[in-house]
Design a protein around this ligand. Structure first.
Ligand code: PEP
Length: 249
């Protein structure tokens, strides 16, 4: 079996006490899990959750970070502050960052390079809107976001990158891409990676799918040749919905 990577993005949910309860349950219930795991709580819960997952098989992730290392950036959180809390992975370019907070490829690329410079793993999210899909641009959009997001990232640095294909129209909507549709974009992104970094890197890269992943569709998605894991939003908020996804197969 491949080394699947199952990540939970808790978004702007949960107080510290609620985060602690979820993290504690996941540590207990995933301790015999076979895959690679990550939880990404809010910034405010990182320290609390970090202490709970330390030494377990669950990595600590952040949902975003500033594009600058330090300085006068009111309201931002820096890579140094994340490292200080034991963060190991950062999610960058999530569709909510791109579409609600208007982050563009250049800004996301700056963050990707800064995170890697500080030895964080990166989950780079790419994905098309419904309008882009309906006008036949899904592949092109994912190609551009992948290429621009990775601009200036060397082949050695790329080993720290996971790509998450998250069609915007499937996030939080209950609509999932069919396993076939998702797999076809994953295969395309893998080709883009091959062009950028070579065939070995394309084979090795982990490409997660995200967009209304649930216990009842996880196994079908993961069975596809090019789907190597999941980035889970809504279903990551409760042990009873996340654990069955995390333990699929
Ligand atoms: C996400 O936000 O990354 C996501 C995939 O959300 P959901 O699972 O709720 O669609």
């Amino acid at each position: 079996m491949r080394n699947y990577f199952i990540a939970g993005n808790w978004k702007m949910h949960k107080t510290r006490a609620e985060s602690a309860a979820l993290a504690t349950a996941l540590v207990a219930q995933l301790k015999d899990g076979k895959h690679k795991y990550l939880v990404a709580p809010s910034f405010t819960s990182l320290e609390t959750v970090g202490k709970i997952v330390a030494g377990s098989n669950i990595l600590l992730g952040a949902q975003n970070m500033a594009a600058e290392e330090i300085g006068a950036h009111t309201g931002e959180v820096s890579v140094l502050q994340l490292k200080d809390l034991g963060v190991q992975v950062v999610i960058l370019g999530h569709s909510e960052r791109r579409h609600v907070y208007k982050e563009d490829d250049a800004l996301i690329n700056k963050k990707v390079k800064l995170a890697i410079k500080h030895d964080l793993e990166v989950i780079l999210c790419v994905g098309e809107t419904l309008e882009e899909r309906e006008s036949g641009k899904a592949e092109k959009v994912c190609e551009t976001q992948t290429e621009k997001g990775l601009d200036g990232v060397s082949a050695a640095e790329f080993e720290k990158v996971t790509i998450a294909y998250e069609p915007v129209w499937a996030i939080g909507t209950g609509k999932t891409a069919t396993p076939e549709d998702a797999d076809s974009i994953h295969a395309y992104v893998r080709k883009v990676v091959s062009r950028l970094y070579g065939a070995e890197a394309a084979k090795a890269v982990c490409i997660q799918y995200g967009g209304s992943v649930k216990a009842d569709n996880a196994a079908q998605l993961m069975a596809k040749a090019n789907i190597d894991g999941a980035l889970v939003g809504g279903a990551a908020l409760k042990p009873e919905t996340f654990v069955p996804i995390a333990k699929f197969g």
